[in-house]
Each structure stands twice: as structure tokens, then as C-alpha cells.
Design a protein around this ligand. Structure first.
Ligand code: ADP
Ligand code: ASP
Ligand code: MG
Length: 412
């Protein structure tokens, strides 16, 4: 008997009709002779609605109470889905994160799963019940409710699949799989049949929200192969798995964009040892993760301009902090810019091919898009650009690398 983990995102459980459809699929899977754990997100828009509610009460809500609030979204959907499965004639039991023994650290809003005490769920599975588990939430060592960050239900699903050695982990969503770029941005995007963990990690961290980055980290670490597919059809989706030789033959497998970063520039900062260390230690002390960095010496010498990007959610805090620090360092003006976007190309094939970067820059230049910053890794190149050119840049890069024709992909 196989153990199957199925995860359904917000849109897939967004209405009572859709919950009914999910219940039908779960029942089919169970009746085919499998054990089934279903992980569900909050109904579409619910988490955003809760965030809005909190912002009407406080401009900086207490993080602990925020997690208590956000975790309620998933409580609604597990109860409704479990009821629907029971209506369909199968025994089913819902579990909140704390009931399921999902133990996390205490970092509210971005907690990491440390351990899963799954005995109760295992017993229910052995008793022939379907287990319906709330995604996105857990409990810390002091019994506080925690949440795993936006998109965290993906991580709950992969973690439970790893902990229980599930045979399959299926991620059901509102698109047919992982595409060469966001299919809602470019109609020429193609579904990728197989993608390596490393490429998927880059895709997720560069903005493709179809899988939360931590879920891919977990999947890679515990070698859980993922099947990302549509909850609206039975078509096969994308398998996220270990790299194989065929993957190396494709130069670029995807294009991503991320509008959730902002740029901060410190002008005329003293150009001497220890200054960058001071700036970035201060930022990291405040728990802010810096992404791209560029330093350009001024022509007269003695000073430099230092620019970097931070997540947009940390931007107001980072800007305030840097303004204060710039005064202490006797630097010049501090300039912030929220109207930036990062476009990236990703592919394991880049490791063994030259001229990928120049092809990217030529494609952007061809559309008159100015590059503000560049960063690279072994399998990725990112450019920071003016946000208003995001869609244009994504399409130009998709065309330049002929992703609509790539052999690893199949058309929509
Ligand atoms: P769920 O609610 O099911 O977790 P998400 O909204 O988190 O779904 O993720 C699915 C969305 O990810 C799609 O609707 C799509 O717009 C977006 N997306 C961005 N990049 C990609 C990509 N490369 N392939 C597929 N989907 C992508
Ligand atoms: N409900 C949470 C969110 O909207 C978690 C998830 O959907 O994965 O981010
Ligand atoms: Mg998601």
C-alpha cells in the first residue's frame, strides 16, 4: 500500500465547489488502495485578508499574535475538506499543526520545522482514515503557534512526506506544473517535464512562487521527488527530482522575476577598510537579508557609492537604519528606490556553456532595458532593472533563449 501526500493551494480550495472537487480526488486516491495525507492552505485570499485585518488594528502587530491570527485560515479549510471527504463516505480526520506534532523554532512568521511527531497521524492512517493536515503552521518548544512564511504549506507537505517516507508528494495548484516562466505573464511559457532540485531552488528563490523555497530545500535534502500539477485536470505536471544528464543539455530552463526587492544607495561613503563590514553587519544584526550589492569608487577617490537590495518588507526599517548609519559614517545622501525588479535566467546547462550572460544583456539592450545591477551563480544570472520593464524583459529573455522550443519542455 502506497502512502501519498497531496497538497492543495489556496485557489484549489477557494470555494465550496472546489473543496468538493478536492474531496473527490482524495477519495479516488484512497479508494485506489492508498493511504492519503492531504495538506491544505487557507482558502484563496484568506491569509491576505487576515493580514489586512491586523494592519487595521496595529501598524506593527505583535509577531506572536500575528501567527495566532494567520494560522486560523488553514483551520477553516481543513475542517471543510474533512467534512466533504466524510460526505463522500470515507473516514477523515483534520489536524492542526500543533495536533500533528509539527515542531518548529520560535521565529514567528518564518519558523523552520525542526521535527515532526507523527505517531497520532500514523495511527489514523493505519486505521484507514484520510488525514487532513493544516499547512503553513506548527508549534514551538513553549507551545506557541508559529507559521512558516508565505507559501509555507508546500513546506509542510514536503516535510511530512519526508518524515513518513511517503511514496509520492503531489503539489496541486492553479497551473499545470512548473513553467519556463510564469504562465500568467507570458502565453508562450511551456510546462517543464522534469527539473532538478538545484534549478528549482534558484527558480523559487528568484521569484517563481509555485513552490516555496524551503519546500525545495527539504525535498533535495531528503530526496523527496515532487510532482507539481493542476488541481483542475488529470494531466501530468512537472517532476522535481535529482539532476540527470539530459538536463545539462539545456542551456537555460527558466526565466523568473521578482518585484519584492528595493534598492538602497549610500552616496559618498568613505572608501576604506571596514566600512562595508560595518554597514552589512548592522543590517544582518537586524535580521535583514541583503541580496545584490554593488560598490563603485568615485572618480576623485576616497569615497564610493554603495548600493544593495533588500526584501521590500524590510525596506522601511533598513532605510531608517542606513540613514542613521550614514550620518555616523559621515557619508553622503541615502537614496531608496522601490520601483525595481530582478529578472533572472536559470539553468544547469550554464555551467558548461559560455556567452550566456552576453546573450542575456543583448536581449535586454534590444528592448532598451537598462541594467542597474548584476549578480550571478553557477546556474543563474540576475539583473536588476526598472520595475516598469519587468514583463517586457521576461518575454525578451524567454524569446532570446528560445524557451518556447526547448526539448525539455512541452507546450501548453
Ligand atoms: P498555491 O496557492 O497553489 O500554492 P501559488 O499562487 O503559491 O499557488 O503558486 C502558483 C502560481 O505561481 C501560479 O499561478 C503562477 O502565477 C506562479 N508562477 C510564477 N512562476 C511560475 C513558473 N515558473 N511556473 C509555474 N507557475 C509560476
Ligand atoms: N496560506 C498561506 C499563504 O497564503 C500558506 C500557503 O498558502 O502556502 O501564504
Ligand atoms: Mg503557494
Amino acid at each position: 500500500m502506497a502512502l501519498i501526500v497531496q497538497k492543495y493551494g489556496g485557489t484549489s480550495v477557494g470555494t465550496p465547489e472546489r473543496i468538493q472537487k478536492v474531496a473527490d480526488r482524495v477519495i479516488r486516491t484512497k479508494r485506489a488502495g492508498n493511504q492519503v495525507i492531504v495538506v491544505v492552505s487557507a482558502m484563496a485570499g484568506k491569509t491576505d485578508e487576515l493580514l489586512r485585518l491586523a494592519s487595521e488594528i496595529s501598524s506593527s502587530p505583535d509577531p506572536r499574535e500575528m501567527d495566532v491570527l494567520l494560522a486560523t485560515g488553514e483551520q477553516v479549510s481543513i475542517a471543510l475538506l474533512s467534512m466533504a471527504i466524510r460526505e463522500g463516505g470515507l473516514p477523515s480526520v483534520s489536524y492542526l499543526g500543533n495536533q500533528a506534532g509539527i515542531l518548529t523554532d520560535s521565529k514567528y512568521g518564518r519558523a523552520r520545522i525542526r521535527d515532526i511527531r507523527a505517531e497520532a497521524m500514523k495511527q489514523d492512517l493505519d486505521d484507514g482514515k484520510v488525514v487532513v493536515l493544516a499547512g503553513f503552521q506548527g508549534i514551538d518548544g513553549a507551545n506557541n503557534i508559529t507559521t512558516l512564511g508565505r507559501g509555507g504549506s508546500d513546506t509542510t507537505a514536503v516535510a511530512i512526506a519526508a518524515a513518513l517516507h511517503a511514496d509520492v508528494c503531489e503539489i496541486y495548484t492553479d497551473v499545470e506544473g512548473v513553467f519556463t516562466t510564469d504562465p500568467n505573464i507570458y502565453h508562450k511559457a511551456r510546462k517543464i517535464k522534469r527539473i532538478s532540485y538545484d534549478e528549482m531552488l534558484e527558480m523559487s528563490s528568484m521569484g517563481a512562487k509555485v513552490l516555496q523555497i524551503r519546500s525545495v530545500e527539504f525535498a533535495k535534502k531528503y530526496n523527496v521527488s515532487l510532482h507539481v500539477r493542476s488541481s483542475f485536470s488529470d494531466l501530468p505536471g512537472t517532476i522535481v527530482c535529482q539532476e540527470d544528464e539530459a538536463m545539462e543539455n539545456v542551456l537555460v530552463s527558466g526565466v523568473t522575476y521578482n518585484k519584492n526587492e528595493a534598492k538602497i544607495t549610500i552616496k559618498k561613503i568613505p572608501d576604506r577598510p571596514g566600512i562595508a563590514a560595518r554597514v552589512f553587519s548592522e543590517i544582518s544584526k537586524n535580521g535583514i537579508v541583503v541580496d545584490m550589492i554593488i560598490q563603485t569608487p568615485s572618480s576623485k577617490g576616497g569615497h564610493a557609492n554603495l548600493a544593495f537590495t533588500v526584501p521590500i518588507t524590510d525596506y522601511p526599517k533598513a532605510l531608517k537604519m542606513i540613514q542613521k548609519l550614514a550620518k555616523e559614517l559621515e557619508a553622503g545622501e541615502v537614496v531608496g528606490n522601490e520601483d525595481v525588479a530582478k529578472v533572472s535566467i536559470i539553468g544547469v546547462g550554464m555551467r558548461s556553456h559560455t556567452s550566456v550572460a552576453s546573450r542575456m544583456f543583448v536581449a535586454l539592450a534590444g528592448e532598451g532595458v537598462n541594467i542597474i545591477m548584476i549578480s550571478t551563480s553557477e546556474i543563474k544570472i540576475s539583473c536588476l532593472i526598472d520595475a516598469k520593464y519587468t514583463e517586457l524583459a521576461v518575454r525578451a529573455l524567454h524569446d532570446a533563449f528560445e524557451l518556447d522550443k526547448s526539448p525539455r519542455e512541452e507546450s501548453l
